[in-house]
Design a protein around this ligand. Structure first.
Ligand code: RM4
Ligand code: MN
Ligand code: MN
Length: 398
């Protein structure tokens, strides 16, 4: 390391020490496509196994102290399951992260949850959200993260307007139940599973619903939930401007909501989003720090390998974007020196920060090469042997 590099390592250390990204419990489980599941012997099937996997990812990367939980999959018993989660927290050192109500799997949700035409079903969906808020309180978890599959498949079959009203009432009721340090994150998605209209289809709908619900409601941007040509960093810039950005679900995609690993298809996109976040970091926000979460489904890659690779990629891109010389960029922008501005921006993206990251890991007592260390540890091999015997049979499409 020369003189210049050691200055860079100091600067990077300040940036990387603060970088935290939440990993999802469902990223360790056997998931699939609607056509089928290819089960993996190392996949986690119990909450205990998901916490153990999360702890291993944190040991290797130093950046993932919290685990996002899906209520139905992880705490199916509701409040009585809190004690088990707390025991796992103290055993593994990993804390419960965002609480994700499940409003899409139950048979009653065929025509929607909070937007269902049946008052009874709407009430039961709302009760599940209120229970999830209570779970968040008990687990000292800040974010309750809401994603609705609600929508319709055919024109004329549902009243879009009435469904907006039902949704507003539900979100306002939920907001009143939040503790002062809790937040309600509202995720949007243009289509799937609904193919004609989705009740919260884009960031504008989500932002408006949040504004009406109250100051602790904010928008969650899942990078896979946009039409292909959409400029996601511009949406992020707007949400930052409006102080309505609550958090992210990071993943990558080529076509739709593919849930591929972050930066695998378009790392420049992630860099551009991160640049917007770094540009606004000094501005105070009334809504609390933006949550970084991963929302991926690892169908073909090994679950542990995919998660470690994702976290490492996120650290690399976060650091690259942090190192953009923003005062100089602003000067170039003001003078409309287009090529120079673009070259400065692009140059930061092409900057190979991996040696700096290795130095930081060494300084912090972390493995220099987390993926290599995962392979050497034999963790995947060991859990495959332990868990493989109770592998659930793959389900079929029909
Ligand atoms: C959805 C959405 C939610 C996630 C579910 C499993 O497409 O991204 O955030 O919880 O998938
Ligand atoms: Mn998501
Ligand atoms: Mn999704």
């Amino acid at each position: 390391m020369n003189q210049f590099d050691s200055v860079l390592v100091d600067q990077a250390a300040g940036i990387l020490d603060k970088f935290r990204i939440e990993i999802p419990s469902w990223g360790f489980a056997n998931t699939g496509t609607r056509f089928g599941k290819f089960v993996q012997p190392a996949a986690a099937s119990t909450l205990e196994e998901k916490f153990a996997d999360a702890a291993e990812v944190h040991r290797l990367t130093g950046a993932t102290p919290t685990l996002a939980l899906h209520v139905l999959w992880d705490l199916p018993g509701g409040l009585p399951d809190v004690a088990a989660v707390q025991a796992l927290e103290s055993r593994t050192g990993i804390r419960a992260g965002s609480i994700n109500p499940n409003l899409f799997q139950d048979q009653q949700y065929k025509h929607g949850s909070l937007c269902n035409p049946s008052q009874e079903i709407r009430d039961s969906a709302l009760q599940h959200v209120l229970d999830s808020i209570e779970l968040g309180k008990r687990l000292h978890s800040r974010d309750v993260s809401l994603w609705l599959a609600d929508g319709s498949n055919y024109p004329g079959t549902q009243s879009i307007r009435r469904r907006i009203e039902w949704l507003q009432i539900a979100l306002s009721t939920a907001h009143r139940r939040l503790a002062p340090d809790q937040r309600l994150l509202v995720e949007y998605k243009p289509f799937e599973p609904a193919f004609y209209h989705t009740d919260i289809a884009d960031w504008g709908m989500s932002a408006q619903l949040c504004r009406e619900a109250g100051p602790q409601a904010c928008v969650l941007v899942d990078t896979g939930h946009h039409y292909l040509s959409q400029n996601i960093e511009q949406i992020v810039a707007w949400l930052l401007h409006l102080d309505l950005l609550g958090g992210f679900h990071f993943n990558d995609r080529r076509y739709a909501d593919d849930d591929l690993t972050l930066g695998s298809i378009d790392p420049y996109q992630v860099f551009r989003i991160f640049h917007e976040l770094h540009s606004t970091q000094s501005k105070a926000s009334n809504r609390g720090a933006v949550s970084f979460m991963i929302d991926q489904s690892h169908n073909l890659k090994g679950k542990m390998e995919a998660m470690v690779q994702t976290v490492v990629t996120a650290q690399e891109l976060w650091l690259k974007a942090a190192l953009v010389d923003r005062p100089q960029l602003e000067r170039l922008q003001d003078r409309c020196e287009l090529v120079a501005a673009e070259e400065l921006f692009r140059g930061a993206f092409w900057n190979d920060v991996r040696p700096v990251l290795r130095e930081w890991r060494k300084l912090r007592g972390l493995p220099e090469d987390p993926l290599g260390a995962l392979a050497e540890s034999g963790y995947v091999h060991r859990v495959s042997a332990e868990r493989g015997g109770k592998m659930a049979p793959a389900t079929s499409y029909a």
